[in-house]
Design a protein around this ligand. Structure first.
Ligand SMILES: C[S@@+](CC[C@H](N)C(=O)[O-])C[C@H]1O[C@@H](n2cnc3c(N)ncnc32)[C@H](O)[C@@H]1O
Length: 356
């Protein structure tokens, strides 16, 4: 068993969290980027499942006239949410609700301890760490997607929700959201002044989209209204063969995204450009995939959509929409979308069109 797994097991069993530093330090001494990424991602994931266990146990106990015995109750989790965490099955099988509360506190400490360690490592180390972490996150989001889309198999009162769980990764990318960074708020555009993290797609959304897009080698990807650059950074780390461009109105956001991109040496194939997409003299370049997160004012949406529709006459393209951007997709040009997260994420493929 990897060293981090046995240390994690020990930490979860600690009665006194004042003793947590010693096992944590021993993991840091031994671990490479891959093990540290697994330690970090497992810790965040397990904490989420534990919160779900606590909620679910509480609801079941409330609705039951007899005591809900933990050792019986936990079994269904071992076969579903906890299936990938085989090395912790004996810990969960022998634990209790009090044990869950204690473990949750320990996991919060691990998360912050590891984060401060990773932040002082070299960018080269961070790049490998992030690549392993994102790959593992992608598998966990897929597991969550499968569990939550087969309700018969998973009749829980409390559902697993990883949606914003890994946002802490932003701190490694140094995506520091400057409050009110939009100096003169332009009323005609939707610039989400001061909205910080909320203006970005979650890692869950980006990784799910990337998985189901099934992009061909060396394809071109454009983010229309790229904000602080999360999508480009994730695509850049996961798919070094893809050429990515993000267009963004707010230059300070472009600067933050570009800085992260340069540190991680993604700047050969990932670019962020300051551009007002409502400007009629700007032509959106041809690409294979376009991403739009509810970005624009109505007038700008009309301009952007007109251009994307125009591109479908020349080539097959896919548009990924997040949130209400899907309302702008005209059926005449796009096939029925593939939907995820109750339609919050959609993949629209262009219809085959006769040449004009
Ligand atoms: C909701 S955020 C989405 C960021 C990113 N695409 C994501 O999903 O994580 C939308 C971004 O579009 C930008 N935006 C709005 N109007 C724009 C325009 N006319 N041209 C370029 N960017 C624009 C906003 O400044 C904002 O950063």
């Amino acid at each position: 068993m990897s060293e981090y797994k046995s240390e994690l097991k020990k930490i979860l069993l600690l009665k006194d969290l004042d003793n947590i530093e010693a096992p944590l330090n021993s993991v840091l001494k031994l671990s490479n980027e891959k093990d540290l990424a697994s330690f970090f991602i497992d810790s965040i994931y397990i904490k989420n499942v534990i919160l779900q266990i606590i909620d679910d146990h509480w609801i079941q106990s409330k609705n039951s006239s007899t005591e809900v015995l933990f050792d019986r109750f936990i079994k269904s989790f071992l076969n579903s949410e906890l299936k990938p965490m085989l090395y912790l099955h004996s810990f969960f099988a022998n634990s209790s609700i009090e044990g869950m509360h204690q473990a949750s506190k320990a996991l919060t400490k691990i998360e912050f301890f590891l984060l401060s360690h990773i932040k002082i490592m070299s960018y080269e180390f961070q790049k490998k760490f992030l690549q392993f972490a994102l790959t593992q996150m992608s598998d966990l989001y897929e597991l969550e997607h499968q569990l939550n889309s087969t309700p018969k198999k998973n009749e829980r009162s409390a559902k697993l929700s990883l949606y914003r769980s890994f946002d802490i990764l932003d701190q490694i990318f140094e995506l520091e959201y400057i409050q009110n960074e939009v100096s003169t708020l332009d009323q005609k555009e939707r610039l989400y002044e001061g909205a910080g993290i909320g203006v970005q797609s979650s890692y869950a959304t980006i990784l799910l989209a990337l998985k189901y897009l099934n992009l061909g080698k060396k394809s071109q990807f454009i983010d229309l209204g790229s904000g602080y650059g999360r999508i480009g950074l994730v695509v850049g780390l996961m798919r070094p063969d893809i050429h990515f461009t993000g267009f963004e109105y707010v230059k300070e956001r472009v600067e933050i995204a570009t800085k992260a991109c340069t540190h991680l040496k993604l700047d050969q194939h990932v670019h962020f450009v300051t551009q007002d997409l409502s400007n009629h003299s700007f032509k959106i370049p041809d690409a294979d995939t376009y991403y739009i997160f509810d970005s624009f004012s109505d007038a700008s949406f009309a301009t952007v959509m007109e251009q994307l529709q125009e591109i479908t006459y020349r080539k097959k393209i896919t548009v990924v929409t997040k949130g209400n951007a899907k309302l702008w997709m005209n059926k005449q040009f796009w096939t029925e979308p593939q939907e995820f997260s109750d339609g919050n994420l959609c993949l629209f493929r262009s219809r085959a069109r006769p040449k004009i």
